[in-house]
Each structure stands twice: as structure tokens, then as C-alpha cells.
Write a protein of this length. Structure first.
Length: 277
């Protein structure tokens, strides 16, 4: 994604509404006792039920900013800017000060909604972020932009980013209901919409897990810290032994890992929803 924050979501064909609807969310138990890894919901996870669809939100233009600046708390930043459209290089470098290597197999960079490069994940794609500084962090934020293009299938899921045993961010079907899910600690899930660009963030701070969709908080759960230093699979699930499963059918952009809890105001601004608190 271009580091300029543009009105990429007002382009024709993305199916966005033209009104602004306030969203309210009420946490509720997810999946019941039978929920398991097949649907991406652990027995203790929380499912935040949305009172209004995020499609009703409109994102105006915003001033240029450097999304991958020299912030020491930014552990990784994948914007894909500066690379040509087409087959992705087999090795790229993240744009944070840590300069972590990104290795790819059968990945493609295609024009995102604003025309700048975004990462297309296919059925044989494998993208990995190499290891960085490893520390169990009491405060951490994982955020990214995603557009889901495929039909995930009943009780199946797509991996967006996963570091086995540390954290994961998924798009899943839970009994016919589509969800974004933060797989950190007890876990947290919230309603999802396919076919449109969505900003999703997971924040662990002081033992509390919060999830944000398009800049709006969607509920809370519990977490015990996050290690952002391990190797990670982008656009899939790290199943162990080097295998990748649950590959995304869609596109990812501006993947950021922070060693601090981003604020409500920061995440609202990052989602470009207009007026923020």
C-alpha cells in the first residue's frame, strides 16, 4: 500500500455504502463447548457481535504519512511499495528499522485499490517473515489490511498471519457466520465481510486483548503477552514442520507488528474512517 493514506475505498466496485453508521458491539461467548481448531475458535474465545455492518463506513482522503517510519516500536512493516507489479521477488525486506527478510514462493504483487502494490495469495503461495528480536511483550499490536476474495467454506478458515504458538490472525466460517479472529490468549472474534478492504487489528495490553475492525473496538478478552520475534507465515497457517495450510484466497496490504499497544485514536486514524475520538 502506498504510504500516502488515500481514499482507496471509494473506487467503483468495492461495494461500500455512502452513509456513516455508528457501530456498537456486545461481547458474547463464541462457538460453545464444541468449538475447536477446525473453525478457528477455541473453547475460551470470545465472539463480539456487531450491531452495525462496517460496510456503512466511508473513508475520506487523509494527509500523507510515512506508515513505515523509523519507529523503534515497529517490529515489522510490510507495505510492498517500491516493488513492481507482477511476480513477487523471492526475497523482500520489511520497511521497519529491523529490516527483516520476507521470502516468497508463487506470490504476486497486484494493484491494490489505490493502484500501489498489494500481496496476492494463491493456492500454492508461501510467504514467510524471518525471525526478529524475540521477547515476550506485555503490550503488542498486530494490524493489517485484508480483502477476502474466495469462499472459505463451512467451518473452515484462512490464515492472514500466523506465528505458531505465539499468535495468529484469521478469517473463518463458524457455522455459516464469517468472522475475523485474533488468536492470542483466549482469542477474540468479530463479524467479517468479504470482498472489500478491511483494516483489522489485535491489541494485547496488560493482559487484556482488544480487537478493532475498521478502527472500531469490537470487544475484549484476555491475553498473556505476545512474542513478535518468531518466524511467521503471511497469508496462511503455520502448521509445524515447515508446512503451510489454510492459505488465503485474497489480498493483503500494510502488515504492521508493534511492540506497544496502539491507541484507539491511532487505530481509528489508521483505518481512515473520518472523524476519530
Amino acid at each position: 500500500m502506498s504510504t500516502r493514506l488515500r481514499s482507496r475505498w471509494l473506487a467503483a466496485g468495492l461495494g461500500l455504502g455512502l452513509g456513516v453508521t455508528a457501530c456498537s458491539f456486545t461481547p458474547a461467548p463464541a462457538g460453545g463447548a464444541g468449538a475447536d481448531a477446525a473453525d478457528g475458535l477455541d473453547a475460551g474465545s470470545v465472539d463480539a457481535v456487531a450491531g452495525a455492518d462496517a460496510d456503512d463506513r466511508v473513508r475520506p482522503d487523509a494527509p500523507p504519512v510515512d506508515a513505515c517510519g523509523a519507529d523503534p516500536t515497529l517490529h515489522a512493516c510490510l507495505s510492498f511499495d517500491g516493488y513492481p507489479l507482477g511476480p513477487a521477488p523471492t526475497v523482500m525486506v520489511d520497511a521497519s528499522s529491523h529490516l527483516r527478510s520476507v521470502t516468497t514462493t508463487s506470490a504476486t504483487l497486484e494493484a491494490g485499490a489505490d493502484g500501489s502494490p498489494a500481496l496476492r495469495i494463491g493456492t500454492s503461495t508461501e510467504v514467510r517473515l524471518d525471525a526478529g528480536p524475540s521477547t515476550l511483550l506485555a503490550d503488542a499490536t498486530i494490524e493489517l489490511w485484508a480483502r477476502i476474495d474466495g469462499d472459505v467454506g463451512l467451518d473452515q478458515r484462512y490464515g492472514l498471519i500466523d506465528s505458531q504458538g505465539a499468535f495468529g490472525l484469521f478469517y473463518l466460517d463458524n457455522g455459516g457466520n464469517r468472522r475475523w479472529r485474533c488468536a492470542i490468549g483466549a482469542g477474540l472474534a468479530t463479524p467479517a465481510t468479504a470482498g472489500r478492504w478491511t483494516h483489522v487489528a489485535c491489541v494485547c495490553s496488560g493482559g487484556v486483548l482488544r480487537m478493532y475492525v475498521d478502527g472500531a473496538a469490537t470487544g475484549t478478552s484476555t491475553c498473556t503477552g505476545v512474542d513478535l520475534g518468531g518466524t511467521m507465515v503471511i497469508g496462511g497457517d503455520e502448521t509445524g514442520g515447515g508446512a503451510v495450510a489454510e492459505r488465503l484466497d485474497g489480498v493483503l496490504d500494510l502488515i504492521q507488528l508493534w511492540s506497544r499497544a496502539r491507541t484507539d485514536q491511532e487505530l481509528c486514524a489508521a483505518a481512515h474512517v473520518g472523524t476519530c475520538p
